[in-house]
Design a protein around this ligand. Structure first.
Ligand SMILES: Cc1cc2nc3c(=O)[nH]c(=O)nc-3n(C[C@H](O)[C@H](O)[C@H](O)COP(=O)(O)O)c2cc1C
Length: 416
């Protein structure tokens, strides 16, 4: 397991990275991310084992209906903050995704569905014609390079600030503030605010925003869409009892807390074949101050509900490398296999060996890699050839508006 190193910095985005690192470090203290165990035996034996297993799992093609992948190495969604103040995808972003087009497929960085959904500096949107056109250029470039790309649909809910919304409070399921270090806003770093609970009548409009964004994603040439229901953003805020204190039809029971997600899935599936719609969840996560005592029952119900929708896949952030709330036994991919019959994608802290194992043991069909794809645009070739991975990217450039630096300037192995 490789680890990231923070470099100090005073810019807003460096501070965001530092906050992120704090979460990672909190989780790293005490909870192993994922056992790094290798098969026993000497190097030759190990080499033979890896060669055999390489032929058998992660690097094998995957097919679901008309969605065919050359391998099961998925590029996880990674917010990189290069879309500019207008939030319009650009040529630099196209170049970045093209460099990573050998992934089984790419899940785009989280992309906001409306103005109200915003809460991150210079992340892209998909709610105007210009944004759609920008994304169309990205998808065309990725397709020309032989790749495939899904769009991740995002509403940040309470993980936002009134500075993003002309002074209006961010919205959430309930008026529950994030207990956290603060948020980078267009006007500097500020404490989190208590969000405004969405009125019942407003929820339909947010659901409709998801539908419209999904339609734009289709028009922009994406291969599918992933609904971001993880990491403490709006849908997760509805799902979890920690942040959803509603007493109407959208809260008060496991089923009612799941209703908003179900309606979003239905709205998005009205614009796409169900086999091109996916959902990401993070049952174990603590990011954005999440974690609810009944998480096992809640997320088992969520997966059971999603099973009825014949999705492209269910993406579970099962690893603990980004923080674990410690409110019970962490949920595993095996827990989800019991209730979800479609393709299952695991993520967080995987390396080649642990990903191979998850697939070989039948726990996962696909594995998403996040941080490894930042500094290894040719991650698949490195896995295939047993080449070493490049050193992890400097966190200072994860989100910073540094343009190409720390973004498109990582070389493939063969020419490094
Ligand atoms: C720089 C950065 C940006 C991220 N942006 C997103 C995002 O836009 N959407 C999302 O669902 N997760 C996001 N994540 C979480 C990753 O998708 C992934 O869950 C995490 O990096 C753990 O996987 P890994 O151990 O393979 O890196 C981000 C992580 C990092 C490091």
């Amino acid at each position: 397991m490789w680890m990231t190193h923070a470099r100090g910095g005073s810019s807003g985005t460096a501070a965001q990275a530092a906050a992120f690192l704090a979460t990672v470090q909190r989780s790293a203290s005490g909870i192993p991310c994922r056992p790094a165990g290798r098969a026993g035996g000497g190097p030759l034996y190990l080499g033979l084992m890896l060669t055999a297993s390489r032929a058998a799992g992660l690097l094998q093609p995957f097919q679901r209906d008309d969605f065919t992948l050359p391998n099961r190495v998925v590029m996880a969604p990674l917010t990189r903050g290069r879309a500019g103040k207008e939030r319009i995808p650009n040529r630099l972003m196209a170049e970045y995704y093209v460099q990573r087009a050998s992934a089984g497929f790419i899940i785009s960085e989280a992309t906001t569905i409306s103005e109200q959904a915003n809460g991150w500096l210079e992340s892209p949107g998909i709610y105007t014609d210009a944004m759609q056109a920008g994304w169309a250029d990205v998808t065309a470039a990725v397709h020309t390079a032989g790749g495939r790309i899904f769009l991740q649909l995002w509403h940040q809910g309470r993980a936002s600030h009134s500075d993003f919304h002309g002074g209006s409070l961010p919205v959430s399921a309930s008026a529950v503030r994030i207990d956290g270090d603060g948020i980078q806003t267009p006007l500097g770093k500020k404490p989190y605010e208590t969000p405004r609970a969405l009125e019942a009548w407003e929820i339909a409009a947010v659901v409709a925003d998801y539908g419209r964004a999904a339609a734009r994603a289709r028009a922009a040439g994406f291969d599918g869409v992933e609904i971001h229901a993880a990491n403490g953003y709006l849908i997760d805020q509805f799902l979890q009892s920690k942040t959803n204190h509603r007493t109407d039809d959208y809260g008060g029971s496991i089923e009612k807390r799941t209703r908003f997600l179900r309606e979003v899935v239905e709205a998005v599936a009205a614009e796409w074949p169900a086999g091109r719609v996916a959902v990401r969840i993070s049952p174990n996560g603590v990011f954005n101050d999440m974690g609810s005592p009944n998480f096992r029952e809640q997320f088992t119900h969520v997966a059971t509900m999603l099973d009825r929708h014949d999705l492209a896949y269910l993406h579970v952030v099962d690893g603990l490398a980004f923080g674990f709330h410690k409110l019970g036994e962490p949920m595993t991919l095996a827990d989800f296999r019991r209730v979800f019959r479609g393709p299952l994608m695991g993520n967080c802290g995987y390396d080649f060996e642990s990903a191979e194992r998850a697939i070989a043991e039948g726990h996962a069909d696909l594995i998403a890699f996040g941080r490894p794809f930042i500094s290894n645009p040719d991650l698949v070739a490195r896995f295939r050839n047993g080449w070493p991975l490049a050193k992890p990217a400097d966190m200072a450039a994860w989100y910073a508006p540094t343009g190409a630096v720390g973004y498109t300037d990582f070389s493939p192995h063969a020419i490094s």
